[in-house]
Design a protein around this ligand. Structure first.
Ligand code: ADP
Length: 255
């Protein structure tokens, strides 16, 4: 790493909500193939950073470049088309569709319109697309979800729903995947499986940025960690390096 264009460059991004600066001149670059951790106490700005990067918020100041293009303030849909994908702390699956249909929708969204059209037309249109189906089955197989294909996500254990959410996010082969607290609510065995899944996603050529409170997972999974506190980056580096930074220890003791 260290050579070539960063996949993501965040330059002096500030995000104000009325009087509050949720992000204050945040700058970071992420290299292709990295697994980057973003950690920090509650309210430090992690999710706001993801919301700015993924286009949900237009920053008050600063720039976001993705794959060398300035995409500051682009819509989430446009960023998804450009190859950025994300998950949310609270699962955002179509609860009434089956697992397989959720994957079909994700695959289809990558090439046509936004999700709104599924509110208008029946999913049957997608179900008839053989090529889409083949790709969906492939994704289900890769993520160990084949046995759940015909079930509704909301009928499944939480850990499986989380896996569906990740499969949905990577179905369309993004360049960059943002994971917002993917280990929340998972048991030890599920966290180990998650760790393997994230590694295999990275090994397949996807750059990953992960917000996570599970320090064991972050320390073992990430090559580099960015630490936020009060909307600013207070440390960045390899896990061991970051863990012994006094400002980081202080920020966590106050959490
Ligand atoms: P973290 O993800 O690290 O817990 P957040 O990014 O969710 O932190 O929040 C950072 C700060 O910004 C918090 O003080 C939070 O209350 C505030 N904030 C986040 N989103 C909004 C919003 N849409 N409107 C107003 N304040 C917000």
């Amino acid at each position: 790493s260290g050579t070539g264009t960063p996949i993501l460059t965040v330059s002096a991004v500030t995000m104000r909500f009325r009087g509050l600066k949720a992000l204050d001149e945040v700058s970071l670059t992420v290299a292709p193939g990295e697994i980057r951790g973003v950690v920090g106490p509650n309210g430090s700005g992690k999710t706001t950073l993801f919301n700015v990067i993924s286009g949900l918020y237009r920053p008050t100041g600063g720039r976001v470049e993705f794959l060398g293009r300035d995409l500051t303030g682009s819509s989430p849909y446009r960023l998804a088309r450009a190859g950025m994908s994300r998950t949310f702390q609270n699962l955002r699956l179509f609860g009434d569709l089956t697992v397989e249909e959720n994957i079909l929708v994700a695959l289809d969204r990558s090439r046509t319109l936004g999700a709104w059209r599924y509110l208008l037309g029946p999913i049957a249109v997608l179900r008839q697309d053989r090529e889409l189906h083949r790709r969906a089955r492939d994704v289900l197989d890769r993520y160990g979800l084949t046995e759940f294909a015909a079930l509704a996500p909301k009928s499944l254990p939480y850990g499986i729903q989380r896996r569906v959410e990740i499969a949905r996010a990577v179905a369309a082969a993004p360049s960059l995947l943002l994971l917002d607290e993917p280990a929340a609510g998972l048991n030890g065995e599920e966290v180990r499986q998650l760790s393997e899944i994230v590694r295999s996603i990275r090994d397949s050529g996807v750059t990953v940025i992960i917000i996570e409170h599970n320090m064991g997972l972050v320390m073992s999974l990430c090559e580099r960690i960015t630490v936020l506190a009060g909307g600013r980056i207070i440390a960045e580096g390899e896990p061991a390096e970051v863990a012994r930074t006094p400002a980081v220890i202080e920020a966590y003791l106050g959490d």
